[in-house]
Design a protein around this ligand. Structure first.
Ligand SMILES: O=C(O)Cc1cc(O)ccc1O
Ligand SMILES: [Fe+2]
Length: 382
């Protein structure tokens, strides 16, 4: 289905604001009452801190009240929202579908978002989701910051995610009474509430402004990478960043590992082994992640916590150590991504236990790694 869309490019203003012309004001509803919220939580103290590598699916840190932090959720869904919409009072959702298309009706219009695309629905925007079968994906939620394009620095004007490729819906409305009740779900300070009203909230006839939902197709990412030697940090693949108040430090970055050429000389080309000052939550939309060809499934997730060592599995290490370093395609047919955060994230009880998917044997992917140390090794001539 093709939906009318316009680009965000002309809206590069600093103040984020939109003005909506609607049939009835959104204030016309009954009071919010608490509702069952399943596995959604902002309680980072449910489980003991867990520095080990593992496959977790729900984690976060910080606080929606003090407006500083993040939460990582996964969703599974096979039923459309009917006469229900959702509104996140706590932060912005960056949604990464992995399976199934999402038709998202927002107060600003409709967006069709499919795997290999991402969309952002910002704080306070009401939306309702239609699905067409089994649907699964990841959500990065940030409290207290909005996503923006990273500063390009010496890259200059063009590159990475270009503003012209961010698509914004055009106004769509229905003048629909719902006498049986329309439910507005509100996530507020990490708790879920519901309020009833008797009309559709998607009654915005027209709007203008730059505080909008938007979507982006990951295939439009202009990849920049090492073309001579050494491994570039994955920050070079940043699609969007939610900056913290500390310069150069993000609450969260959304980083992708797109198909590209690998060309570096005298360089171990897969990710280096490292410990670092960030928490790295990785997900896989399709294909195989270059550092773990078999051990990481689409729809899965891994969390490498602050200062916990990690890197390619033994098989990848062995192959890349022997590889003939000619130009080669990397990650064709694949899209892995990372939600990277300067926060030290906690894993929830659901992620560690209830979901029953934690891979306790993950550390074994590194056990067969053998030393290739050769004090007489010389770089080959170029
Ligand atoms: O850990 C990971 O797999 C992500 C990652 C990839 C890379 O190419 C360099 C550093 C890094 O953290
Ligand atoms: Fe890493």
């Amino acid at each position: 289905m093709s939906l009318p869309q316009k680009t965000l490019a002309a809206q590069e203003l600093y103040l984020k604001d939109s003005w909506l012309y609607r049939i009835l004001p959104s204030v016309r509803h009954k009071p919010f009452a608490p509702v069952e919220q399943g596995a959604l939580t902002h309680n980072w103290d449910e489980a003991e801190p867990e520095p080990n590598q593992g496959l977790h699916t729900l984690c976060g840190a910080g606080d929606a009240r003090s407006r500083n932090g993040l939460a990582i959720h996964v969703y599974t869904c096979n039923t459309s929202m009917i006469d229900r919409c959702f509104n996140n009072s706590d932060g912005d959702f960056l949604i990464v579908p992995q399976l199934g298309v999402l038709l998202i009706t927002t107060e600003f219009g409709k967006m069709m978002v499919e795997p290999n695309e991402t969309c952002v629905v910002q704080q306070g925007m009401r939306f309702s989701v239609e699905v067409f079968g089994e649907t699964r994906g990841y959500i990065l939620e940030v409290f207290g910051a909005h996503f923006e394009l990273p500063d390009l620095g010496p890259i200059g004007a063009n590159g990475l995610a270009n503003p012209r490729d961010f698509l914004v819906p055009t106004a769509w409305y229905e003048d629909r009474k719902v006498p049986s009740g329309y439910t507005v779900i509100n996530k507020y300070q990490g708790k879920m509430f519901a309020a009833q009203q008797d009309f559709s909230p998607f009654n915005v006839v027209a709007w203008h402004g730059n505080y909008t939902p938007y979507k982006y197709n990951l295939t439009n990412f202009m990849v920049i990478n090492c073309v001579e030697f050494d491994h570039a940090d994955p920050s070079i693949f940043t699609v969007l960043t939610a900056k913290s108040t500390r310069p150069g430090v993000a609450i969260a970055d959304f980083v992708i590992f797109p198909p590209r050429w690998g060309v570096a000389n005298n360089t171990f080309r897969p990710p280096y082994y490292h410990r670092n000052c960030m928490s790295e939550f990785m997900g896989l939309i399709k294909g195989h992640y270059e550092a773990k060809a078999e051990g990481f499934q689409p729809g899965g997730g891994s969390l490498h916590s602050i200062m916990t060592p990690h890197g390619p599995d033994a098989d990848c290490f062995e192959k890349a150590s022997q590889a003939d370093l000619k130009p080669e395609r990397v990650a064709d047919g694949t899209m892995a991504f990372m939600f990277e955060s300067s926060f030290s994230m906690a894993v929830t009880k659901w992620g560690l236990d209830t979901c029953k998917r934690l891979d306790k044997n993950y550390y074994k992917c590194w056990e067969p790694i053998k030393s290739h140390f050769n004090p007489n090794w010389k770089p080959s001539s170029k």
